[in-house]
Each structure stands twice: as C-alpha cells, then as structure tokens.
Design a protein around this ligand. Structure first.
Ligand code: CS2
Length: 498
C-alpha cells in the first residue's frame, strides 16, 4: 500500500482505507474559535462537529483552532502542515480500530506569533462561539477563596500589555472589546474543561479580569455574552509513537499527530447560546436546562476514579490505568469509594441509571487497548484533586458520611508526592506545585498533617478531626505495612457493591 502524507491534496487517496470528510471543506466557514487544540478537543468537540458537517446544508460551523501557549508550537505546526486534518483512531473494547479523518478544523492560528490575528478572529462577525479546553489550572483561581489570582505574573503581563496578551483572559477581553467597538453581536464562551460549573467559573474569572483591565466593557459583556455550562467526556490518552507507526503501516496514512480515544463519548450542554449554535444534538450531544448534576456525577466518579487508579497504580508500580483497575484489590477499593462515599452525595439524577454508569466506568477504565498513561492521569493533581475528590469529602463530612477510602487516597497522594514508590521506582510528577508538594510530603514523614497544611489545595480540611484521624491512620498504615497490604486491609469486610 502506498503511503501518503495527510493533507488536503492527498485526502481522496484515503477514501477506500478509512472514513474521510465527505463534505467540501473549502465551503465551510469558521463559526467557532477553539482555544487548546490538544487530544481531547480533537477526540470530542471537533469529532462531533465533523459529524455535523456531513449534513451538507451546514457550512457555517467550521472550527479555527488556536494554539495559545509557546508549548503548543508542535501541534500548531503539525495541523498547519496537514491543513487541519488528522486521524481519529477509536480503540474499541475488542481491540478493533475505527479510523476516521476529521475535517472540522478548517483554520489554525498560533497566538504567540500573531496575537492580533487571534483577537481579530475571535471578533469576526462569522464567529458565534469561542470554546475552551485550557485545563483545570487554566482558570487561574484560588482553590480556597474561589477568587481570580491577580498575582499570576502572566496576568500582570496582560494587564500591562493588552495588545500582546499571553493568557486566555487577555485575549478574550481584547476580542470582546473589539466586538463591542465594531457593533457586532454577542458571542458564547463555552468551557469544555473538567470543572464543576465550568461556564460559571469561566464567567466569574473573566469578569474579575475585565473589571480591572477594561471596566467600561463590563456591562456589554453582561448583556451580550453567555457562558453555557457543559459536561464533556471521552477518555483520550496521549498518542504513542506506536500509534503513528501503526497508522502508517496499516492504512498508509502519514499523520504526524493522530488522536486515539475510547469509543464512549458524552457531551451534555446547557442550551444558552446568544448568537445561535450548531445542532450538535443531531450527532449525539444532549442539550439540557441544568448540567450541574451531570457534571457532578462525571467529575466525582469518572475523573475522581481516574485519580484513585492513577495514585494507587503508581504506588503499586503500574504504568497504565487498565493495569491498575484489573488488580482486584484496587478495583474493590474503587468500587467501595464510588459506592459508599460518592454515591451518597449525588442524589438521584433524572434519566440516568447511576448503577449502570458506575459499571460502565469500570469497563471503560479496563479497556486494555486504550493504555491510558498513569503519568497523564496524575499530572497536575494539585489542580485536579480539589475538583474531583475534595468536594466529595467536604459533602460527606457535612452529612456525617463515610470518608475512609477518600482519606486513604489523600494519604496515598502525600506518600506519592515524595516522588518514589516503595519499590524504589521514581515517579514522574508533572505538577506546577511539584516543589511544594515534595517539600511538604517529605516533612510529613514525621507529622503527616503537614501535607494537609497546603491551604491552596486543601483549604480548611485540616480542621476536620474526623478527616485528619482517618487520613493519619491510613498514612501510618501505608508506611508501616506497604501499599498492597494496606489497600487489602481497608477493603476488608466491606461489600464492594457499587
Ligand atoms: C482525566 C480526564 O485528566 C484526567 O485526570 O480524568 O482527562 C478524563 O480522561 C476525561 O475527562 C474523560 O472525559
């Protein structure tokens, strides 16, 4: 089989090998600017939009992908060279690979090279929605107070250099200001990140910035911009070199950065768009009045489940999530955590069978073809744990519920943060707070509560005696008896019915 480089010119060469866009990409206008063109966006929103564009009457919802950070150079260059095209490889549960070339990203911009171009694109009359995947940490708020962090040097830079911003807040502010000056219609800013009330948080943070940077813009934004909340879901591990090689060998597609993901996908969106929206519901998205319960369910079961498997998995010496969940003790631990500690805070959710949802999670985590990297899951835990696990602990403490498994996980995270597991394996910790985490983790060997003193992560949790007792007990047991025995012990005599 002849191998061709993936780009517009060669697209038709692939039509008998994989699914390709069957619409005329040259006729598709940009209606959405998306910031953060990593794997998740390309497996999720860009996939839904590609499906939608197969309805040939729809031509105004193409995506302009924006790479915001210096760090994004590689993905920008790749997409630019490939005319925005990439292959999405869905790894089915039986190991089959379903491959599809996605065509919905019709333009790409690299912000550090030309910030004005990005601002002008966001302020173009055709653009109705600006979507974001900027990670949990990207919203720049203080975990304890929930307030915008003006001390961040990049925010200070943006305040001083409005025409050459670095952060999303600087860009959005300038773009909205330009829209107002040009007398354009409003726009919807839609967060696609894993944060409870992601639309509310996006609005609160942006408004805090605008109040200081451009106070006269506040009213216009209040009246013309909406921030729909959304729950997004599709497990998307980092692409491995072997995925690139396999794609080239099996399908003759020379794609420098394909995306791999699981078959499951879900997108629940609050229907609040000021200038219209794509009919994503025709390709599987759900539009609802209130997304909050769906977000809560997903963050506290799936994302927290990932963190549980990642932290325990690393301490056990595993490197992928499926290895961790296929260990019966870790799996029991997760089931007990989900069943006894998370379920009581969720209440009932209309139209959702929670039991089935939890079962399906265990199956999704166990997909051995996905090989989701524990390093990916544990990265930036200092931004994830406060969103995924601490709300469960705080709610359970309030209602006198059980918190033993949650406390165990926090103790395990403290031990993990030293950076080496008990078998002597160095752990790759990728976290903006890595240095503080490590210092506090080392100091905790004499007094485990020192770790809980990191207030920007844990808030006032160390004031809960019941939590501190459970945490300290688990911490000491793990150090004394080792992780494997401690997991077995904490599970013993508890039914692991989820
Ligand atoms: C993961 C998520 O980053 C993480 O810790 O839990 O990336 C997760 O895979 C996605 O939210 C799945 O929808």
């Amino acid at each position: 089989m002849v191998t061709y480089t993936l780009n517009n010119k060669n697209l038709s060469q692939f039509k008998d090998r994989v699914s390709i866009p069957l619409y005329d990409r040259s006729k598709v206008k940009t209606g959405i600017v998306h910031v953060g063109i990593g794997g998740f966006h390309r497996a999720h929103q860009a996939f839904y939009t590609d499906q939608l564009l197969h309805d040939k009457s729809i031509t105004d919802w193409g995506i302009c992908g924006v790479a915001l950070l210096d760090f994004d150079t590689k993905i920008y260059k790749t997409l630019k060279e490939q005319d925005g095209l990439y292959t999405l490889i869905v790894k089915e549960l039986d190991g089959t690979l379903t491959k599809r070339i996605i065509g919905s990203i019709v333009e790409c911009l690299y912000a550090p090279e030309n910030p004005i171009k990005v601002i002008e694109k966001m302020a173009s009359p055709d653009v109705k929605i600006i979507t974001l995947t900027i990670t949990e940490g990207g919203y720049n708020y203080n975990e304890v107070t929930g307030d915008f962090n003006f001390e961040n040097p990049e925010i200070q830079h943006d305040l001083k250099n409005p025409k050459a911003p670095k952060t999303i807040f600087g860009y959005l502010t300038q773009a909205l200001k330009l829209r107002k000056e040009l007398n354009l219609k409003g726009v919807s800013i839609q967060s696609c990140d894993n944060i409870q009330g992601n639309g509310h948080v996006a609005k609160k943070m942006l408004m805090s910035y605008i109040k200081i940077a451009e106070p006269e813009l506040v009213d216009w934004v209040e009246n013309n911009v909406s921030f729909p909340n959304a729950m997004v879901d599709r497990i998307t591990p980092a692409t491995a070199q072997s995925d690139i090689v396999d794609l080239s060998e099996s399908s003759g597609i020379d794609d420098s950065w394909p995306v791999v993901c699981e078959p499951f996908k879900q997108w629940v969106i609050e229907d609040d768009f000021v200038s219209g929206r794509p009919t994503w519901e025709t390709v599987g998205a759900q539009f609802v009045k209130d997304v909050v319960p769906y977000e809560k369910m997903k963050l506290s079961l799936l994302n927290a489940g990932h963190s549980v498997l990642g932290i325990l998995g690393d301490l056990f010496g595993y490197s992928t999530i499926d290895e961790a969940v296929n260990n019966p003790d870790i799996s029991s631990f997760l089931r007990i955590y989900m069943g006894n500690e998370v379920t009581p805070i969720l209440g009932s959710l209309e139209g959702v069978n929670l039991k089935n949802y939890k079962f399906s999670l265990i199956q999704r985590f166990g997909n051995r073809y996905i090989k989701d990297q524990i390093d990916r899951i544990c990265s930036q835990s200092s931004a994830k744990i406060p969103i995924f696990i601490l709300p469960t602990i705080n709610a359970q403490i309030k209602q006198n519920g059980v918190i033993n498994h949650a406390a165990f996980i926090i103790a395990a995270w403290a031990i993990y943060s030293v950076g080496v597991n008990e078998f002597g394996k160095a752990l790759l910790i990728k976290d903006v707070m890595k240095t503080t985490l490590k210092q506090k983790a080392i100091a905790s060997k004499n007094n485990p509560t020192i770790f809980l003193g990191i207030e920007s992560v844990f808030g006032k949790l160390k004031e809960s005696k019941i939590f501190v007792d459970a945490y300290t007990t688990s911490y000491n047991k793990i150090l004394k008896n080792g992780i494997e025995k401690s997991v077995k012990d904490i599970n013993s005599n508890i039914l692991n019915e989820i």
